[in-house]
Structures are given as C-alpha cells and as structure tokens.
Write a protein that binds this ligand. Structure first.
Ligand code: GLN
Length: 534
C-alpha cells in the first residue's frame, strides 16, 4: 500500500485541540491494525522550542532521542501509545537553517534561493522522512498555527504540492475549526469556518473533512450549512463538542464515524476491528466519583498550566490506577517566599515540585521541600525538584547553610548541584543539555526500586546540572539514599530520603513516559502515599 497522508490544518483560532484530534484519529486507525506515525510542523522561526519560555510555548516535550518538541507530541504519544523520534517535529527555523547552511557551502552555486522550490522541497523531504524511518502506513501531519498566518504559508503550499506528488487518492485534508457561540442569541456561528475554508481554498487546498469544535451541541442544520458553504460532503462535517474527559475523544471520533469514513475514502484495508474495552473502562472510571487527594504543585509557570501538561496528565493516570481523583493546588513557588499560598501546601496530601530553569522561585521550592521532609508529606521532585530537594537537605540536615546549585549561585561554598565537566565549555543555549533517554540502575530495597518493581530503567532527561559527587558521602551519612544511578555509577538519577514515607526525586522527567493505561511508577508511588496519608 502506498503511504497515506492525513494533513491537519487549523482554522478560526488556535488552541481548539487540533493536536488532540489528530492523536485521537491516529488511535482509531491504530486500533484497525494500521501502523501509524504522527508529525507536527511548527511554522515559527525558532529551531526548536527548547529555548522558548514556557509562558510562550507551554511545555517542551522531550523524546527518547533527545529532541525537544512541541507539547502536541505528548498527546500523540499518550493517546496512540507510540514512541516518536526527532523526525516527528520540525520548525520553519530548522528548514531555513538547513537551506542557508547549504547555500553557504555552495551547494546551490549560482542559484537564487527561494521559498518555492528550495524551502518547500526541504519541507517535503522532512515530511517524507517519517514514513521512511518508521515504515508507517498512515502518516498524520499536523500544521501548527491557523490558516492565514504568514508563517504557515510555505508549509501549506508544500502540502498542496505533495497532494499531486503522492497522488490525490493517498492524501486527505482535515480542517479543524471553531464555532463561536453568541451569548445574546444563543447561536453557534459558522461564518468564521466559511472564511477559513475560503482562505485555505485560495492557496489551492480544499478540505476533505471539517471537524467543527464547539463548546455547545451542534445540530444537523448547522453541519449541513457548513457542508454546503464549504463544499464538503455532509458526512465529512463532524461536530466535536468539548469533552468533559480528554480521553473520551477517541471514542467520540469513533462514534462520529471518522475512521470508517477515512477507510472508505482512502481505500484502506483494516486488518482488525477496533477494541475499545480498555478505553471505555478508562473513561468510565474517570467519570465515576472517586475520593479526592490534593497535590500541591509548586512551580514557577503555574499561571499557564500548559507548561505542566505532561505532569498533570501523569498525575491523572496515577490517580486513576490508585482509585482516587487528584485535585491539583497550583502554587507559585515565589509566593511561598512571601508567606503566601501556604494554605494550599498545608492542606495538601502530597507535594510535587516540577522542573524549571533560572533562579526565580527557587527559595520557595526549597521551603516546600523542607516542609515535606519535616512534616513527612509525600513528595515527588522532578529534575529541578530533585535539585532543590538536595539543596534543602544540605542546608537543613547537613548544616551547610550556603549550599546551592551553581545555576543560582556561582560562588556557593557547597555547590551540591553543579555543571558536569563536559558541560563547562558549552556556550550555546539551544540543544546542549543532557537530553533524551539514559539508563538508570535502581538500588535494591529502595522506594524507587519498589515503585518500579524493576532493577534497570530508561528515562528521558532535559537538564544541564547534576548532583555533585563530591558530596555524596555527606548526604548518605545524613540519611539520603541515592536509589538510582547511571550504570557507571557516576551520575545520580534518583535520590530519596530514607526516613520518610515517600520523598523521592529524579534528575530525569518521568512524566514523559506515563500513559493513560500505564501510569508511571514514581507518580503512582506518590499518589498511593498521598492516599495512605489521607
Ligand atoms: N535548571 C536545571 C538544570 O538545568 C533543571 C532543569 C529541569 O528541571 N528540566 O539542570
């Protein structure tokens, strides 16, 4: 079978859940026995989101191979339960950088470098890489942004060209739009959708399907109207009302007949019938009332919860498995320094300190770790959350008041967290951290080993600083257990406090490997400890 392509474009506004829609459709196809792969094209000029503020971009999602990617890749991995690689996300910045580098080398000697064909050819090459490297039968490609954005034009033009090159019978365009609701009249409006389809058609793309997102029920007269004005078959206008439960979306997509329509139109040959038992069970249990446990999430980007997308999802997965519901109390780390927001921490059954960069809020995170340690509240530290747990321990248990990370205080006399030698000479910020999957060996009898039920694991990293081995002995003598180490013993991967119900922290980011039906052991450990405490 020739590779089939589903191209996803967005209309009207961003943030309507194009990524989740693509992920859910991917799952419905995987359930039919197809090998699927997903790719996100980001039209901004940054080479990757690694250098972007979480306030601008939300979470940076890290893959096995260390690619720093868009958070939609997290949706793809969690919904479809696949492991993606670097080829699954690229930006306009990467495309331009590659072409300009070639131009400087003289590869185009004499030629004028233009968007068409040079940029579009490079985009094409990168889209082609997905099927080539994964052997996928169906590739879902999501174009970031909204139709009409200047940046996305070369991408859309490329997809238009691709339609002819790989054959029209192998390409299907899905346009995801938004139906605004007018409060005064209680109506949903289709005009913005019509306009965005008109914009798409003006660059030569006619959508084959329109998924109309809305916060309110959409009746048939409305979908018929969209079909008529946008020249799409009636069955190909799919209303998608905002779901109460994120993981219900694949079931809704199935029920709306989307995968069956795709099978017919793309002439696909499913090899199996979808089996939704597990997903239905999952959604049913999410909807059932469960006892609540409160987790205080002490972070620095808490106004924008997308910055903690995978952490939030991992907590949900663990809660489901533990038969509870997690209520997250969002705490600004720097508030704790000003004696604010302590009520959230004090009423919580567990404390979670996620990753982050830069010194703002560090002292607040250290205060949260101290509180968790002294009051024996279950604690999970992720990356920076491990580093601050160690700084706190050095200051208040070992008695080294000046302890710090050299990220925050270069003149600290007790730099418990420090740069590794091979990081010292690096001056570039982008793509130069310890990134991606690294092995970790677990110490027998530790809480981490008990949580995992395994002796060796692989986890995803994204950080520059490490625990400083000069202080390992001091820490161990004072009651810290280094329960996860790199196989050569040189890097601390997990630290935990011996005399504590559950104070465990990892240098890696476990949140990236949690799945709805397979919660991450360290998160499950936290939630179970929180439940017990309750
Ligand atoms: N800023 C810390 C470091 O670079 C922690 C990074 C993180 O939490 N992802 O090591």
């Amino acid at each position: 079978m020739a590779t089939k392509y589903l191209f996803f474009t967005g209309g009207v506004v961003s943030s309507v859940g194009k990524g989740v829609t693509a992920a859910a459709i991917g799952l419905t196809l995987k359930e039919r026995g197809f090998k699927v792969a997903v790719q996100k094209l980001d039209p901004y000029i940054n080479v990757d989101p690694g250098t972007m503020s979480p306030y601008q971009h939300g979470e940076v999602y890290v893959l096995d191979d260390g690619a720093e990617t868009d958070l939609d890749l997290g949706h793809y991995e969690r919904f479809i339960d696949i492991r993606l690689s670097r080829v699954s996300n690229f930006t306009a910045g990467q495309v331009y950088a590659e072409i300009i580098q070639k131009e400087r080398k003289g590869d185009f000697l004499g030629g004028t470098i233009q968007v068409i064909p040079h940029i579009t050819n490079e985009i094409k090459r990168r889209v082609g890489l997905v099927a080539k490297t994964t052997g996928a039968e169906i590739v879902l490609v999501e174009v970031g942004g909204t139709v009409g954005d200047i940046e996305s034009q070369p991408f859309l033009e490329t997809l238009r060209q691709l339609r002819n090159e790989v054959g029209r019978e192998n390409v299907f365009f899905i346009h995801v739009t938004w139906l605004p609701h007018i409060g005064a009249t209680g109506e949903l409006k289709t005009k913005p959708t019509q306009h965005s389809v008109a914009a798409l058609r003006s660059i030569g793309i006619s959508p084959n399907m329109i998924i109309a997102r809305s916060d309110f029920p959409v009746d048939n007269s409305l979908t018929d109207k969209i079909a008529l004005f946008c020249d799409v078959e009636k069955e190909a206008v799919v209303p998608m009302v905002t779901a109460e439960v994120l993981y219900e979306i694949p079931l809704l997509i199935e029920k709306a007949g989307v995968p069956d329509f795709l099978v017919e139109k793309l002439n696909l040959k499913p090899t199996q019938k979808p089996d939704w038992k597990k997903w239905k069970k999952l959604v049913d249990s999410v909807k059932k009332p469960r006892p609540k446990v409160k987790v205080a999430l002490v972070g620095k980007y808490v106004e924008l919860q997308d910055a903690y997308m995978s952490v939030r999802e991992a907590l949900k997965h663990a809660a489901l498995a533990a038969g509870v519901e997690v209520e997250i109390g969002w705490v600004h780390a720097s508030d704790l320094e000003k004696d604010k927001s302590w009520d959230i921490v004090q009423s919580a059954d567990a404390i979670l300190v996620p990753g982050g960069f830069g010194s703002r809020g560090i002292e607040g995170k250290i205060l949260a770790a101290r509180y968790a340690r002294e009051k024996k509240i279950p604690y999970l530290g992720l990356c920076l959350g491990m580093q601050t747990m160690c700084i706190e321990f050095a200051r208040n248990v070992i008695g080294q008041e000046d302890a710090n990370s050299s990220e925050f205080d270069r003149s600290s006399e007790y730099p418990v967290i420090d740069l590794m030698h091979d990081q010292r000479a690096i001056s570039d910020m982008g793509g130069t951290m310890r990134l991606g999957l690294y092995p970790c060996e677990l110490k027998k009898g530790s809480k981490a080993a008990a949580a995992y039920g395994e002796s060796k694991v692989d986890e995803r990293h994204r950080h520059r600083f490490e625990f400083n081995n000069a202080y390992r002995e001091d820490f161990e003598k004072a009651g810290m257990v280094f329960s996860g180490l790199s196989p050569d013993g040189k890097l601390v991967e997990i630290a935990e406090i011996a005399e504590h119900p559950y104070m465990v922290a990892s240098q890696f980011h476990p949140e990236f490997l949690s799945r709805p039906n397979r919660p991450h052991p360290l998160f499950l450990g936290l939630v179970k400890a929180a439940k017990e405490r309750r």
